[in-house]
Design a protein around this ligand. Structure first.
Ligand code: ADP
Ligand code: MG
Length: 399
């Protein structure tokens, strides 16, 4: 789960992590009120969407101006002007896709006099089973490009959970970032507090780009991207409260209501699978046969007929789906239940795209018999490769 920058900055404050003062605003009047509470002479008006690259982003509407989603205002009048231009408009950034995101919230904050822009992120590193800190002096710009072109500018350090944060971690980060004097101490405090925050709040990712050194030598976090492990949200109701459903994919929300693990993808073959591993393998084999999956969908181990029907609804609601591949292994789940779910869905929703079904496992013969006797146009498949081949062949015929 992601949260907005202004919410991330509240968390910074709670953990003693330095960040400029600022206030969220949902209307132009609130933006002006917020600006009045800050000293100036520079205010920053920042569009709040769950995507980065806002500074270099572009609005779809000409009336929003061409200065992107992060703007420096020199007066309260300018704050008002920028707020009017941005609110309700659609911001497109490298991370939003072409459709962009509507800006419904702003963050008005103190402008900082920046000397250097640095990069710092922390994430759960699966290969070492530790929290890794990744830092670079090349902050503020696209860190993926830095990683690609000049990987030597990126430094990684992991913290052993058995010892937790140790002062040498802070010093290592400080030296990697070229910090001197008092800044080394400040960096130690920063890393210590960030580590505590990441662990206590079960974050999977924290990205601060940029972390800046100000003209008067202070270290301040100017941006904040936070990602929380959804499996741990049950113990953080205060984080769940920050959820902004307007920023999430509507189908993914619908899927989560029915306890279906669903991720929307770019291809045109809808997949309905049980088990995350089998779902991954199914996506792989679709790609192997030259097509692209439209989604990842795991109906889970013990899905009911109703759940299968809901899953179908979600897949069919996606206009880019040109074919469906159902791949079920009946372990806990029985193939006859799946077959009934598929038929109920097909009858109810009048499926117009080719449907390939591969069943294996418990009650497979009964399942196949039910499908066959249904009179519906369902293409049966015997194994994974056969299923992938059949659905991709069907798509070629349509094209
Ligand atoms: P994004 O990463 O979405 O573009 P940022 O919050 O990183 O948004 O802002 C983009 C750039 O705007 C930063 O790299 C920094 O140069 C500038 N900026 C952001 N906040 C402030 C601030 N409070 N004071 C001065 N400059 C800022
Ligand atoms: Mg940024």
């Amino acid at each position: 789960m992601n949260i907005h920058e202004y919410q991330a900055k509240e968390l910074y404050r709670a953990y003693g992590v330095p960040t400029p003062n600022g206030f969220a605003a949902f209307s132009v009047a609130e933006a002006v009120e917020a600006a009045k509470k800050l000293p100036g002479p520079v205010w920053v008006v920042k569009a709040q969407i769950h995507a980065g690259g806002r500074g270099k982003g572009k609005f779809l509407e000409a009336s929003a101006g061409d200065k992107g989603g992060v703007r420096l205002a020199k007066s309260i009048d300018e704050v008002k002007e920028f707020a009017e231009q941005m609110l309700g408009k659609t911001l497109v950034t490298v991370q939003t896709g072409n459709a962009g995101r509507v800006v419904n919230r702003l963050y008005i904050e103190d402008g900082s006099a920046i000397d250097r822009e640095l990069y710092l992120s922390a994430l759960v590193d699966r290969s070492t089973s530790r929290v890794a800190f990744i830092v670079s002096q090349a902050g503020g710009m696209n860190i993926e490009d830095v990683a690609h072109e000049t990987p030597e500018k990126i430094h990684t350090l992991t913290i052993d959970p058995a010892t937790g944060y140790q002062p040498f971690h802070g010093r290592k980060v400080a030296f990697a970032l070229g910090l001197k004097g008092d800044q080394v101490k400040a960096a130690g405090k920063l890393v210590e507090n960030l580590y505590r925050m990441v662990v206590e709040k079960d974050m999977s990712l924290l990205e601060i780009n940029p972390l800046v050194v100000t003209k008067d030598g202070k270290l301040i976090c100017l941006d904040g991207k936070m990602n929380f492990d959804s499996n741990a949200l049950y113990r953080h109701p205060e984080i769940v409260e920050l959820r902004d459903l307007g920023e999430e994919d509507q189908t993914e929300i619908e899927a989560s209501k029915h306890d279906l693990a669903f991720v929307k993808l770019d291809g045109n073959i809808g997949c309905l699978v049980n088990g995350a591993g089998l779902a991954m393998a199914t996506m792989d084999i679709i790609k192997l046969y030259g097509a692209e999956p439209a989604n990842f969908l795991d109906v889970g181990g013990g899905a009911s007929k109703e759940k299968v029907r809901e899953a179908f609804k979600i897949i069919l609601a996606d206009p880019s789906v040109k074919g469906i591949l159902v791949n079920i292994f009946g372990g806990i789940m029985r193939c006859d239940i799946i077959a009934e779910g598929v038929i109920a869905a097909a009858r109810e929703m009048d499926i117009k795209v080719p449907l390939v079904v591969r069943l294996e496992g418990t009650n497979v013969d009964l399942g196949k018999k039910i499908l066959k006797e249904s009179g519906l146009k369902i293409i049966p498949a015997d194994d994974l490769a056969d299923a992938a081949k059949k659905i991709t062949d069907e798509l070629k015929q349509v094209a």
